[in-house]
Ligand binder design. Structure first.
Ligand SMILES: [Zn+2]
Length: 391
C-alpha cells in the first residue's frame, strides 16, 4: 500500500508538469494561485504519506488531478492500478468521475466506460457491467472485448441462452471457433430440462448441441441419461455405444446406468459384449473391472482374477490391485488373511485420498466432475484421471 501511494505521489508532478510545459495551464488562464493550490495540496498529500495515512494521501492526490485530455490517461492508469490491487471502490470512483466530465471526448468516454465495466466485473456487480458492455459492444473498437466480458457474465449467471447468442456474435470475428463452448451451453440447457422432467425439450437441446459440435461426447452422454430416465433402455444403450466412439474416457460417468440398462433388459451377453467393445477401444479399469464381475458371475472367481491379472500386465492399476486382493481374500489361509486385510486397507486409503478428475489445460484436480473447469474456466478439459492411480 505504502509503495503504491509513493508511485502516485511521484506520478502527479509528472502529469502536472507535462500539462504546464505544454502551456495548458497558462492558456486556460490559470492563475499562479491555482498552481500554488496544486502545490499546497501536494504537500498536504505528502504530509499524509509521511504520517503513514495512505488512504487520505491517495484521496488528496487523486483530487489534485484535473481531468483534461492531458491527464485522462493518468486517471485511467490510476484506476487500473487500484482495481489490480483489489481496491475496486476507488477504481469505480475514479472512472465514474471521468465519465461525469462533459468535456471528455467520445474516445476517452468509451475507454473510461470499458474500465468501469472491468471494475464492476471485479466487484461482482454483474448487472451494471452487463449494461456497460451491451452499450460498448455496439462500438466497433470495443465490440470483441465487450462480447468476451458479456460471455463471462452469462456463464457466471448461468444465462445459457444469452451465452449462446453472445458466442455466436463473438465467433464471427474471433480467430478460434467457439462451437465446443456453444455445444456445452446447449448441454447445460438440456441438463436443466432433464432435471425439470421435460425430456422432450432436453432431447431437442441435445440435438442442437450435436448439430453445432458433432463430436460433443457430453451431449451423447446426456442423451443416454434422458433415454434411461424414460426407461427406454435400448435407446440409452445406443447412446452409450456412441460414447465409446466419441470419447471412451468419459464412459466411467455412465457405468451405473449402462449396467442397469442391460440388467433391465436381462441381457447379460449384451453387457459383456458392450464392455469387450469398450475395452478394445481403450476403456480404462472401471470397464475392465465391470467386465471381470461378469466373468465372476458367469464363470467363477478364479477366471475373473486371471482376467484382471492379464489386463494388469498391460494396464497397471491400483483399483485393479484392490479387486484382486478382494478376490484372493475369499480363499486366503488363516495365516495370510491378516496381511491381505491390512494391504486392502492401505490400498483403499491410498485411493480415498486421490483425486478422480484432472484438467488437461491447467492441472486442476478434483473428486467431482466439472464440465467447466473451476480453475481455468475451459469447457470439456476436465476428464477422469488415467494411469496407474486412475482409470
Ligand atoms: Zn482447468
Amino acid at each position: 500500500m505504502y509503495e503504491f501511494v509513493i508511485i502516485i505521489a511521484l506520478l502527479l508532478p509528472v502529469a502536472w508538469w507535462t500539462g504546464f510545459r505544454n502551456g495548458k495551464g497558462v492558456a486556460k488562464g490559470k492563475s499562479i494561485k491555482d498552481r500554488l493550490g496544486f502545490s499546497k495540496k501536494y504537500f498536504v498529500g505528502l504530509n499524509y504519506l509521511l504520517n503513514e495515512e495512505a488512504d487520505k494521501a491517495i484521496d488528496t492526490f487523486v483530487s489534485m488531478l484535473e481531468v483534461d485530455s492531458e491527464t485522462v490517461e493518468t486517471h485511467l492508469a490510476l484506476g487500473n492500478l487500484f482495481r489490480r490491487r483489489g481496491e475496486v471502490d476507488r477504481a469505480i470512483r475514479i472512472h465514474q468521475n471521468l465519465i461525469a466530465r462533459p468535456s471528455l471526448s467520445g474516445r476517452h468516454r468509451k475507454m473510461s466506460l470499458m474500465e468501469l465495466g472491468y471494475d464492476y466485473m471485479a466487484g461482482g456487480l454483474l448487472d451494471r457491467a452487463e449494461n456497460i458492455f451491451k452499450e460498448l459492444m455496439l462500438d466497433q473498437q470495443h465490440n470483441q472485448a465487450s462480447l468476451k466480458q458479456l460471455l463471462l457474465i452469462y456463464q457466471q449467471t448461468k444465462d445459457w441462452q444469452n451465452a449462446i447468442k453472445t458466442s455466436e456474435k463473438l465467433q464471427i470475428n474471433a480467430s478460434a471457433s467457439l462451437k465446443s463452448e456453444i455445444a456445452h451451453f446447449y448441454c447445460e440447457l438440456a441438463e436443466v430440462r432433464l432435471y425439470e422432467h421435460v425430456p422432450k425439450e432436453a432431447i431437442s437441446y441435445v440435438k442442437k448441441a450435436l448439430s453445432v459440435d458433432s463430436g460433443c461426447a457430453r451431449a451423447t452422454l446426456i442423451r443416454g441419461d434422458i433415454e434411461y430416465s424414460l426407461s427406454r433402455y435400448k435407446q440409452a444403450i445406443k447412446a452409450y455405444r456412441e460414447l465409446i466412439k466419441q470419447d471412451v474416457e468419459l464412459l466411467p460417468e455412465a457405468i451405473t446406468k449402462i449396467n442397469s440398462s442391460f440388467n433391465q433388459l436381462n441381457d447379460k451377453k449384451g453387457l459383456a459384449l458392450f464392455y469387450q467393445t469398450a475395452i478394445a477401444a481403450g476403456a480404462g479399469i472401471s470397464c475392465i473391472l465391470n467386465y471381470a464381475e461378469e466373468i465372476q458371475l458367469t464363470e467363477n472367481d478364479q477366471a475373473a482374477a486371471e482376467y484382471i491379472v492379464r489386463k494388469m500386465s498391460s494396464h497397471p492399476s491400483v483399483k485393479g490391485l484392490l479387486k484382486l486382493i478382494e478376490l484372493h481374500l475369499k480363499y486366503a489361509s488363516d495365516s495370510a488373511r491378516p496381511s491381505l486385510i491390512m494391504l486392502q486397507e492401505v490400498v483403499s486409503k491410498l485411493l480415498d485420498n486421490k483425486p478422480i478428475y484432472h484438467c488437461h489445460q491447467c492441472g486442476f484436480d478434483s473428486k467431482t466432475m466439472f464440465w467447466q473447469c473451476p480453475g481455468c474456466k475451459n469447457w470439456g478439459s476436465v476428464k477422469p484421471i488415467q494411469g496407474i492411480e486412475g482409470e
